[in-house]
Design a binder for this molecule. Structure first.
Ligand SMILES: [Zn+2]
Length: 496
């Protein structure tokens, strides 16, 4: 099967076929290392599996059924107060606009014995959020993706001729309406988490079940997860990497460097090795960072094998596109274990949208690690903010959900003393959180490996108690979800 076939199939949602063909094409490529993939080939899941995949709870705790006819148009509706959904609905006609009164599908959920009947397909709804398909019309009150088309091409064409001040001015103008964007929620969107929690809570109520065991989200019972990443944009940034590693090391933090393989700066092997030899991570950042990787599928497919080739040469397992331009439905052509190109809420990025989750998720066989914190560039140059207040606010909101705090800080943009001071303050704050036992600071490769490992663990009942089975189970912890005062709450068991 041709690679082009992959992408067409992926865009239609048939990830299973695409994953299969991706393996074939990887094997054809003799002498290259095939990235290990442990996900089953068939990735189509049902409603109940959506929850068991996220919580890793036993299958028989959940019985979700989609009721009614879902043949109508997709649109916006609510699922309780905290979740705005986009997709098909059987209980009413969903709205074409995100603003204004929306139907609340929660009222139409019915319990039938132990089974829960839903007026929508939660797999479709969650995928529409994670894959940013909710912005496919103009209902968000603005053009969803200004970055496409002529404006972006023109901007990139004249960009080298513009002064930094003029560039910043144009970017501010371009992003000027960001505060009016009604969805996703700024500064952190946790709609996917709200849907998961709501469905688990309703299932528990319908079964009269006081608590549900599941495999805790992070290893050794860590309450949240943090990853610090650095995209190297220019020669100046590339030259600042050694110093930045010293700085990160001084806080006991290892970070990931995303390096542009072509055109921006020379990438001699010794320089790449110097990052990995120090225990930092090396990933591929786009191909040449010209802003055109995602302009159309043909261009992406032309460049993907080159990117894969650089990935092998770098010994890199992770990828990030330039400027977070993305279409993860095309990723069947990429040969990486994980991607880090999807923001949680992209109000300050040229390509708007966001995946509305603070947890990793599978995209076919690849793991998506969402970028959940504002980028340094946006903070300094769009918001003109030289404090860590926004970052602290985002950290607070993500920690409330026990999610992943992933940040991008560019070596290029923290050379100046004011910017560097802000970054040092952030490092101090993160290491404080770690000391208090509030977060696990890890490399993206470690996080992706953990997410795969956890996906393959199983919770089984034997001798009247719950046990975790599977390779690597020593790091996993059992947790219990229960409803306290109408709220879903978690409790981590102290021992395995
Ligand atoms: Zn970049």
């Amino acid at each position: 099967m041709s690679v082009k076939g992959d992408v067409t199939l992926l865009a239609n949602g048939a990830t299973a076929v695409a994953a299969e063909s991706r393996k074939e094409s990887a094997q054809e490529n003799e002498g290259t290392k095939v990235v290990e993939r442990e996900m089953p080939v068939n990735t189509r899941i049902n409603a109940g599996q959506l929850l068991t995949d996220h919580f890793r709870c036993p299958d028989d705790f959940l019985d979700l059924t989609v009721s009614g006819d879902l043949s109508g148009e997709s649109g916006y509706f609510r699922f309780g107060a905290d979740a705005l959904c986009y997709g098909q609905l059987s209980s009413a006609t969903p709205s074409a606009k995100v603003t204004g009164p929306l139907h609340d599908a929660l009222k139409n959920v019915r319990a039938n014995g132990s089974s829960l009947h839903l007026p929508f397909d939660p797999v479709q709804i969650v995928n529409n959020l994670r894959h940013e398909r909710y912005q496919c019309n103009h209902a968000l009150g603005r053009t969803a993706n200004k970055s496409s088309g002529l404006v972006r091409k023109l901007y990139y064409l004249v960009r080298p001729l513009l002064s930094v001040a003029l560039r910043k001015h144009l970017q501010r103008l371009y992003l000027g309406d960001w505060e009016q964007i009604p969805f996703p929620n700024w500064p952190v969107d946790t709609t996917v988490e709200s849907i998961h929690e709501q469905l688990l809570g309703l299932s528990m109520e319908s079964r009269n079940c006081a608590k549900v065991p599941f495999i805790w989200f992070w290893p050794k019972g860590a309450l949240s997860c943090t990853s610090v990443t650095h995209d190297v944009e220019s020669v100046a940034g590339w030259d600042a990497c050694a110093d930045l590693m010293d700085l990160d090391d001084s806080f006991g933090i290892k970070s990931a460097f995303q390096v542009i393989p072509e055109e921006r700066y020379p990438v001699p092997q010794a320089r790449l090795d110097s990052i990995k030899d120090r225990g930092f991570e090396l990933n591929v950042h786009d191909l040449n960072h010209d802003g055109n990787l995602m302009t159309d599928p043909d261009e992406f497919l032309r460049r993907a094998p080159e990117i894969n080739r650089h990935g092998k040469k770098f010994g890199a397992l992770g990828f990030r596109s330039a400027v977070l331009y993305r279409n993860i439905d095309w990723y069947g052509a990429l040969d990486f274990s994980y991607d880090m190109s999807v923001p949680n809420v992209a109000h300050l990025d040229p390509q708007r949208g966001g995946c509305c989750t603070v947890f990793p998720f599978f995209n076919g066989n690849m793991i998506e690690l969402p970028v959940t914190m504002a980028q340094d560039y946006s903070l300094f140059h769009i918001l003109n903010d030289y404090s860590i207040d926004l970052w602290k606010q985002q950290i607070f909101l993500i920690r409330k959900k026990h999610g992943l705090m992933q940040m991008i800080v560019h070596p290029d943009y923290i050379i100046g003393p004011a910017e560097r001071r802000v970054y040092v303050e952030l490092l101090g704050y993160l290491s404080e959180l770690r000391e208090q036992g509030e977060t696990w600071i890890a490399l993206p490769a470690e996080i992706a490996a953990w997410w795969r490992l956890r996906h393959n663990l199983k919770l089984v009942n034997g001798d009247g108690s719950w046990h975790i089975q599977g390779e690597g189970r020593e790091a996993a912890r059992i947790a219990y979800a229960s409803i306290v005062d109408g709220q879903l709450t978690y409790q981590i068991a102290s021992e395995l």
